[in-house]
Design a binder for this molecule. Structure first.
Ligand code: SAM
Length: 252
């Protein structure tokens, strides 16, 4: 409708999302800084802080891409173990895109992380390469929006979590303030595709990503989807008036 919104058919979504992330893999983290004006760092810091990862926690970072969130988790686990003999469970990053995983592995190596601290696994959120009831915390940051069938991903999250385990999601949401919402629309439909063109030479793909944010369920709608998948004590918290929201739910 406004700002030239176009819809993308479901079949095309998986391949379009694939090409977007393959194209930008090497510039992904730089793009995030540009597009969010650096805010994504604050959101991710707060997200991982509320996760409070301990050394022995089994954490699956789904759609973990280049490891931006997983690295924060590794740092928290290091702090928690404090060099003691305490058992440290590696963070497992699962992503559907080999190019994003490759960049993640390189960055992990540069940072000096051991394989006992972080693992990168190729896989689909809709069909996770993990056994049932083995995970303490399922984490997905800016990934659910890109999954073709979020309901399936939620079912899978529920399956792999142990009883008592927790689902954590960080995702773009619906801005709760009209004035900010208007400015945000202007910014995302004009500035972001332009940055996509400039940095990754891929204007259309970025325009699609902006549209995917508009299409994604609201905070209330997504909470309902979580409950439908079986999660309990479902809650969410907005950051910056709902530009993004953090969701939580338990398998009980
Ligand atoms: N979690 C990282 C972060 O917060 O920086 C990366 C987020 S990035 C915006 C989205 C990621 O989702 C991409 O790496 C993409 O390959 C991945 N992805 C998209 N569909 C997926 C699926 N069905 N299963 C697993 N990963 C998927």
């Amino acid at each position: 409708t406004h700002f030239g919104y176009r819809s993308v058919p479901k079949e095309a979504k998986t391949s379009l999302v694939g090409s977007v992330f393959s194209d930008v893999a090497s510039k992904y983290d730089l793009m995030n800084d540009w597009m969010s004006l650096g805010l994504h760092r604050i959101w991710k810091d707060l997200f991982v802080m509320s996760l409070a990862p301990t050394a022995d926690m089994r954490i699956l970072d789904v759609a973990g891409g280049t490891g931006d969130v997983a690295f924060r988790i590794v740092e928290s686990k290091r702090k928690d173990s404090g060099g003691s003999a305490k058992q440290v469970e590696p963070v497992v990053v699962v992503d559907i895109n080999e190019d994003m995983l490759r960049v993640g592995k390189e960055r992990a190596k540069e940072r000096g992380y051991r394989e006992s601290e972080i693992m990168f696994v190729h896989g689909n959120a809709e069909k996770l390469p993990a056994a049932s009831e083995t995970v303490d915390a399922y984490v997905i940051s800016f990934g659910m929006r890109n999954v073709t069938e979020p309901e399936l991903a939620l079912q899978e999250a529920y399956r792999v979590l142990r009883v008592g385990g927790r689902f954590h999601m960080l995702e773009f949401a619906q801005v709760q303030n009209d004035v900010l919402g208007y400015l945000y629309d202007m910014y995302s439909f004009s500035v972001i595709p332009w940055i996509g063109q400039l940095v990754a030479n891929n204007r259309d793909a970025y325009q699609y990503l902006v549209e995917s944010i508009r299409k994604f369920p609201s905070q209330e709608e997504f909470s309902k989807m979580m409950k439908n998948a079986g999660f309990q004590q479902v809650s969410y918290r907005n950051y910056h008036q709902g530009i993004v929201a953090q969701y939580s739910g338990f398998k009980l």
